[in-house]
Ligand binder design. Sequence first.
Ligand SMILES: [Zn+2]
Length: 189
Amino acid sequence: MSNYVLPFPKSKIPKGGEFGNTILFDGTPRTNPHRGVDFSLPGGTPIPSFTTGEVVLVKWSEVLGHVAVVKDLKGGFWGYCHLRQACILAVGTKVVAGKTIIGLVGNTGSASHGAHLHLSFGPDDQSVFFGKVSDPIVAIEIRIARDAKEAPVAPVSKVAPVAAKPVAEVAEDVAPAKASVRPAVKKAE
Ligand SMILES: [Zn+2]
């Protein structure tokens, strides 16, 4: 089981919603390259956590609206922005990829123009607001692939153990044979 999941298909990322994009979906130039990815989803859609980890920040931002940040098990920070209402999970709450609902898709914050989830990925809990960020889709796909590689694979070539009975029979057959070995008789000359 991976500690990462992509709960919404990439087809939900509209043109202009990609990471690093400099033009909004309506053609308006962005003031800065896009710092996350936008999933276009109906308002109120529950957002499962993309990662297993822990809620580390719940905050209101004038720009990003209601924000929740989850730290994954490897130290990556995932920001969920424009949530309809404040994340009800307290800081410190453990979350499970694909299972725990972080919040609902909303349209809060001045940077939001219609219901969507803005997801960011960075090296600390402030990267959602400023500083270094990376493409969260690339990051999640790398991690899902890595977890799949590391997951223990059931051996396919393992032969079922031979039933105990035949083994015991073999042992019994061997014992008398050993006992019946006669010492070599010295040939009389
Ligand atoms: Zn965005």
